[in-house]
Design a protein around this ligand. Structure first.
Ligand SMILES: NC(=O)c1ccc[n+]([C@@H]2O[C@H](COP(=O)([O-])OP(=O)(O)OC[C@H]3O[C@@H](n4cnc5c(N)ncnc54)[C@H](OP(=O)(O)O)[C@@H]3O)[C@@H](O)[C@H]2O)c1
Length: 370
């Protein structure tokens, strides 16, 4: 590869380059993490690579393979945003490759929480005499793979609730109409987000109100699994959510879902799973446990007020992506969130904002749960 001979970069700048390379795998590598790697010799980048697709070679393998003069590896530093793996998965352990190539130094962004790695990759390299530094751009490295981290640490998918609302916090008018609140640019951005999540989750009420297809059409990218909470299987069979190229999984009540209706859905190629009822619908923890079992690492929620509030109450949300249109629907519109039971300000659900982004005429705010 071509390099600028005068280019000498700080460890943070080099790790930042790893993160940018890793991002190339967005929407292609799940349930694996996004990883980018560099080989640096005398302060100059002589090789780079990233994990391109699930089942394919890891970033470190691609970075090492891109170096034309293999002898230089023995006096180089390998940068990577996630701890090199220590186990045989679809490919052999990367830490063994690093040791066998006699790379003397490795700089890692953050540790891998996967129970088959979790510090073992670092230990294996150190035992073999490799000098390993951990924690350069650690927060940024964790954030990039937030879905992977959450899934391995909590045993459930990372959950992001997407809201398209007016400035006064309304997601539909008094008659339940919500098409369209935000502008075209925001809708393209929603499709881009969908392509990065493993699943998009909605409800019977929202499907019956909006009849959205919930696929990726306004940008390139793969379709997520469509998940519908439909306790009594009342969503019409000709709904858009059952058509198109994407797969659909319906959660229904094991107590009241009709077996004949279940058979009709299965004939359409729709998967139906029955679970327990909860006071306001279905047992949400069971929904996410089943999705985790199916290796769904991330879920984007595109439902209404009641599901959003139920998820917040159950502490099953990690992040919100709120698209705010410069419009007002007034107090008779449907609020973004249903009842949360907050009586005093100090009982509020506390969040932390990310940087606001202007999307066309709208504003997009990310907020993380504390
Ligand atoms: N602007 C936006 O971003 C946006 C996004 C989505 C929807 N919307 C609008 O929101 C409106 C629908 O919102 P909504 O509040 O009426 O309904 P919702 O929150 O979308 O769905 C509520 C329904 O989900 C089902 N459900 C299953 N498990 C649940 C649980 N544990 N907790 C709560 N609900 C559960 C229940 O139906 P069953 O038990 O009968 O299955 C319940 O009636 C529509 O007007 C739609 O256009 C706007």
């Amino acid at each position: 590869m071509k390099v600028d001979p005068d280019m000498v970069m700080t460890p943070e700048a080099l790790m930042s380059r790893c993160l940018a390379l890793a991002m190339n795998g967005a929407g292609c590598v799940s349930p694996n993490p996004m990883v980018g790697s560099l080989i640096v010799h005398d302060g100059r980048i002589i090789g780079e690579g990233w994990h391109e697709r699930y089942g394919g070679p890891h970033a470190e393998v691609n970075a090492i393979a891109s170096v034309s003069d293999r002898m230089l590896l023995e006096s180089s530093t390998l940068y990577v945003n996630l701890e090199p793996c220590a186990h045989f998965g679809k490919t052999p352990p990367c830490c063994d490759l690093i040791v066998s190539m006699k790379i003397p130094r490795v700089v890692v962004g953050c540790l891998d929480p996967h129970d088959k790695v979790a510090g073992k990759g670092i230990a294996r390299m150190r035992d073999a005499g490799v000098e390993v530094t951990v924690g350069v751009l650690e927060k940024e490295s964790e954030r990039l793979n937030e879905a992977f981290m959450t899934s391995h640490r909590l045993g459930r998918p990372f959950v992001m609730v997407k809201v398209a609302q007016t400035l006064d916090g309304r997601i539909a008018t008094a008659v339940g109409a919500s098409k369209w609140i935000t502008g075209e640019e925001s809708r393209v951005e929603v499709h881009r987000l969908r392509s990065r999540y493993d699943a998009v989750l909605t409800s019977s009420s929202t499907v019956m109100a909006d009849d959205a297809e919930l696929t990726v059409r306004h940008c390139p990218g793969r379709n997520p699994l469509r998940v519908v909470l439909d306790r009594q299987l009342q969503v019409p069979l000709n709904s858009m959510v059952f058509s198109g190229d994407a797969n659909t999984l319906v959660f229904a009540s094991s107590r009241s879902a009709d077996a004949a209706r279940m058979g009709m859905l299965e004939k359409l190629g729709v998967d139906v799973v029955t679970i327990d009822d909860a006071p306001e619908g279905l047992a949400l923890a069971q929904v996410f446990a089943e999705l985790h079992r199916r290796r769904v690492m991330s879920v984007m929620v595109e439902a209404g007020s009641r599901v959003a509030a139920a998820l917040v109450r159950a502490r099953l949300v990690d992040k919100f992506a709120v698209f705010i249109a410069p419009k007002l629907f007034g107090g008779d519109g449907l609020p973004s969130f249903g009842t949360l039971g907050v009586l005093m300000p100090d009982q509020s659900v506390n969040l932390r904002f990310g940087a606001p982004v202007v999307v066309g005429k709208d504003l997009m705010l990310e907020a993380y749960m504390h």
